[in-house]
Design a protein around this ligand. Structure first.
Ligand code: NAD
Length: 322
């Protein structure tokens, strides 16, 4: 049973779902965020809940929590390519200094620490599917390196704190996750395709769309992260859904589920875009008893429904033009 959890990046997409789930389990939650890519709006519905506290805080600066802490979940980081390419130094700083401060907090409080790492540590992988013992294929000076290398450094820092500072740490490598509360403009394939389909605009598929992705519904990812939080396992452990599809299939599936007639438009593929992505999830299953349960069609349907409502709200507010 978790008493008090600190969730860094808690006002982001994944963090807000984690805060919700922890509160539902009876934990007190301190959500720390500087709203760089997240928003207080994502946790506004939690503000009245007993035990929930929202603290505006930049993790790269001074971090302090006055009461006891049992768990530090470190999610603070820009996560979508649009965000980290716009915020390269901020991304490296939160992966380095931010992780150092979050680890320091866990050490001071004798708390379990879980780092939200990423499948991007595998880079453009030369092994498929990706197992945790694969070291990856990352270009250290490519445009995506600000994110990939920040997370690789954060993994090294987390491991050093476990080995030399005695902190009970764990690392989860999260694969592409989707669901309600993603930003329509965050540039990731799923919100982009959904918004384009709902607005009757062309679905912009990068390259020939033959590159693959494995997509995991947010409820499953959150369950995996919390399984790791409740364990003493160091990891790293992959959390993702091994159901793999091409980006073109993903676009067509979304268009069909949204009952849209948008055309597909092929656009230039970004530099160092990985050709394939699929987690090997045997370790998560054996060590944590976790496996994803939401099939992609069901998860996409729920996400499309949420975006349809969200776009209506934004259109009514004049935030977007339909
Ligand atoms: P997000 O951008 O929605 O959330 C990240 C949050 O971190 C935001 O609320 C942002 O304001 C906050 N943040 C950034 N810098 C900060 C700083 N210096 N101090 C305090 N807060 C800061 O992204 P997300 O998709 O929810 O991702 C959350 C975490 O999970 C990230 O660490 C990301 O790398 C990891 N991850 C996510 C995915 C995915 O598919 N969503 C996949 C792999 C890894």
């Amino acid at each position: 049973m978790i008493g008090h959890a600190v969730v860094t990046g808690g006002a982001g997409f994944l963090g807000s779902h984690i805060c919700e789930r922890l509160l539902a389990r009876g934990a007190a939650v301190t959500c720390m965020d500087n709203f760089l890519t997240g928003s207080p709006r994502n946790v506004a519905h939690l503000l009245g809940e007993p035990g929930f506290r929202l603290t505006e805080c930049d993790l790269t600066g001074f971090v302090h929590v006055s009461d006891g802490v049992d768990l530090v979940l470190h999610l603070a980081s820009a996560a979508s390519p649009v965000d980290y390419l716009r915020l390269p130094v901020e991304t490296l700083k939160v992966g380095g200094l931010g992780t150092l401060h979050a680890l320091g907090l866990a050490r001071e409080k004798h708390a379990r620490f879980v780092l939200a790492s990423t499948s991007e540590v595998y880079g453009d992988p030369l092994r498929h599917p990706q197992r945790e013992d694969y070291w990856g294929n990352v270009n250290p000076v490519g445009p995506r390196s600000v994110y990939d290398e920040a997370k690789r450094y954060a993994e090294a820092l987390t491991t050093a704190y476990r080995v030399s500072r005695g902190v009970n740490t764990g690392i989860v490598r999260i694969f592409n996750t989707y669901g309600p509360r993603m930003r329509p403009d965050d540039g990731r394939a799923i919100p982009t395709f959904i918004c384009q389909a709902l607005m009757g605009r062309p679905l912009t598929v990068a390259g020939d769309g033959g590159q693959t992705r494995s997509i995991c519904y947010v409820d499953d990812t959150v369950a995996g992260i919390l399984a790791m939080a409740g364990d003493d396992f160091a990891g790293p452990v992959n959390i993702g859904n091994p159901e793999e599809m091409t980006v073109l299939d993903l676009a067509v599936t979304i268009r069909d589920l949204a009952e849209s007639e948008s055309p597909i438009r092929f656009v230039e593929r970004p530099a160092d875009d990985p050709a394939v992505r699929r987690p090997d999830t045997a370790l998560a299953r054996d060590q944590l008893g976790w496996r994803p349960t939401v099939r992609s069609e069901e998860g996409l349907r729920r996400t499309i429904d949420w975006f349809a409502r969200e776009l209506d709200v934004r259109a009514a507010d004049g935030a977007i033009s339909t």
